[in-house]
Each structure stands twice: as structure tokens, then as C-alpha cells.
Design a protein around this ligand. Structure first.
Ligand code: ATR
Length: 275
């Protein structure tokens, strides 16, 4: 007997996740029967919980902080990009109960950029990535895959940036946080992956006067949608892409696979996620 697919998002905590809202919107919009549930799983219980999910009939799952690395280790099969990034955010369970792990964060990032700035090409010139946390890892992988000719990485804690650059082994150049403005005028793609700018707090200490209309600027922060960085970049004539689309597009491959329908990205969905 065919039953409606059940999918979960696993995190600890999980109440902040916007994934249930988004996937339920898509289920309703597509008229597909299915369930998408948030599950708060303590790290101590994560391995048991995940291994039991296929037996319980789940079709797959999203994983979020703090489980992304552990999910990769537990999975039976790992996609190349998830392997490179070292973390999983999307899991598929096959008919034999095997767990397939993927990471769609970089895909979400690039798809959002391409939709928001159709003229954008990574190959246009150097990229500067601000921040070296979890989000930066997927974004760096995506920029390398898109053949960005030169990547600069800077982080308040330089050691984290150095560790990340070493992992990728692709000639990423690490800059001191206080020295990031030295390359700014050469940069064609500028990406904020730090939490600075969230709720209008924090200062990236960028010399905005060096921004120009040959640059594309994007921010993973989407509260507010137009961060201080994007506001200044817009004034300087840069092509600006807000961060909400990254969250949305990273969810597309999972939804398509679990529920068998390509979901639509609509203004209504964007508004729903911001509400
Ligand atoms: P995630 O893994 O979700 O990306 P994270 O690892 O905490 O979250 O990363 C947050 C990023 O924002 C880091 O690059 C962090 O810099 P540090 O590695 O030095 O902590 C950056 N960040 C947060 N607050 C900052 C601040 N006040 N000034 C500069 N960078 C900041």
C-alpha cells in the first residue's frame, strides 16, 4: 500500500527552523499528500534516532545544527559534494533502508545568486568571503566548483580561516580581518557568511567606497532582508542578492526527491518565511 511520504528535520534545538513552514507550503501548493515534521533530537540520541528512521517509514530528512557532520559519518552513501564540504543537510532513505547523504547548501547559494543576478559568473574575477563558519564551507566549495579564479577568505579568528583554506587545498588566500579592504577594489563577488548584520547588529568594517557597479554582493543574513552591507552595496551600484533564496533553494532538491514534484519558489513563499 502506498502511504504519504513522511520527512523530518532533525536539530537540537529545532524550534527556529523554517524548513517545516517551507516544505508544508510546497506540499500545499503542489497538492501533494505528505508530512514534514520538526524533531528535536539530543546529540546523544542522534545516531540511534537516525538509523531507526528508515524502519519507521520516513522517506528522508533534513539535518541542521549540531548534527550535520555526524549525519555524514552515519550515512551509508555520501555524495561527492557532501564529502568535500564535510557535512550533510539532506538525507534520502532508499527502499533497503540505506541512508544517502547530500549537502545542498552550496547549490542553494549558487542557485540564489544565478536567479538574483542572471549576469553573474564566478569566472568574472576574484571573490572575497567574509567568515569561516559552517556556511562558509559550503559556499567555498560552490565557488571552487564554479571556477572562481581567485578566492580570498577572511575571518575575525584567523586560525579558523586558515584551517578551512587548508582543507580545500585550492589556493584560497587568507587575509587578516583588519586587512580585508586591501583587496576589495579587485573583487567581483563579495559574500558575507558571518552573522554580522543580523537584526541590524555588528559592523563588518568594510570600506564601502571601494564597492562599484562591476561587483555582485550577497549576504547569508536575511533578517533584515536588506542588511547594512546590501544597503551600502546598492548605493554604490553593485548587483545585490539577498540571502533568503539560499535557504529556499537548498530545500528544492530534497523536496523534489522525497515528494516527486519540483517545488515552486514564489514571492508568497518568501513572505511566508519572513513572517
Ligand atoms: P555557522 O557555523 O552557522 O556559520 P559560526 O560557526 O558561529 O556559525 O560562524 C559565524 C561566523 O560569524 C564566524 O565566521 C564568526 O567569526 P569567528 O570565527 O571569529 O567567531 C563570525 N562572527 C560572529 N560574530 C562576529 C563579530 N562580532 N565580528 C566578526 N565576526 C563575527
Amino acid at each position: 500500500m502506498n502511504t504519504a511520504p513522511v520527512v523530518a528535520v532533525l536539530g537540537y534545538p529545532i524550534h527556529h527552523s523554517k524548513s517545516p513552514k517551507m516544505h508544508r507550503y510546497w506540499l500545499g501548493q503542489a497538492g501533494v499528500s505528505g508530512y514534514y515534521v520538526p524533531l528535536e533530537i539530543h546529540p546523544d540520541n542522534f545516531e540511534d534516532a537516525l538509523k531507526n528512521m528508515p524502519k519507521l517509514g520516513f522517506r528522508g530528512a533534513n539535518v541542521t545544527i549540531p548534527h550535520k557532520e555526524r549525519a555524514l559519518e552515519i550515512a551509508d552513501f555520501v555524495s561527492e559534494r557532501a564529502q568535500r564540504i564535510g557535512a550533510a543537510n539532506t538525507l534520502y532513505f532508499d527502499v533497503d533502508g540505506k541512508i544517502h547523504a547530500d549537502n545542498t547548501d552550496g547549490y542553494g547559494f549558487i542557485t540564489n545568486l544565478k536567479k538574483g543576478a542572471p549576469e553573474w559568473s564566478a569566472k568574472a574575477g576574484p571573490a572575497l568571503v567574509l567568515g569561516a563558519g559552517g556556511a562558509a564551507r559550503a559556499i567555498l566549495d560552490a565557488l571552487i566548483t564554479e571556477e572562481t579564479p581567485e578566492i580570498y577568505l577572511t575571518n575575525r579568528t584567523k586560525g579558523r580561516a586558515q584551517d578551512l583554506a587548508r582543507e580545500f587545498d585550492n589556493g584560497i588566500e587568507v587575509l587578516d580581518w583588519d586587512n580585508k579592504n586591501s583587496v576589495l577594489s579587485d573583487v567581483k563577488t563579495l559574500i558575507n557568511t558571518t552573522s554580522l548584520g543580523m537584526n541590524g547588529e555588528g559592523d563588518l568594517r568594510l570600506d564601502f567606497s571601494q564597492l562599484s557597479n562591476v561587483m555582485t554582493v550577497t549576504d547569508i543574513v536575511y533578517t533584515p532582508l536588506e542588511t547594512d552591507l546590501l544597503k551600502h552595496a546598492k548605493r554604490r551600484g553593485c548587483t545585490c542578492v539577498d540571502g533568503l533564496g539560499m535557504l529556499i533553494y537548498q530545500g528544492v532538491p530534497g523536496f523534489s526527491n522525497w515528494f516527486g514534484v519540483n517545488p515552486k519558489v514564489t514571492d508568497e513563499l518568501r513572505e511566508l518565511l519572513l513572517s
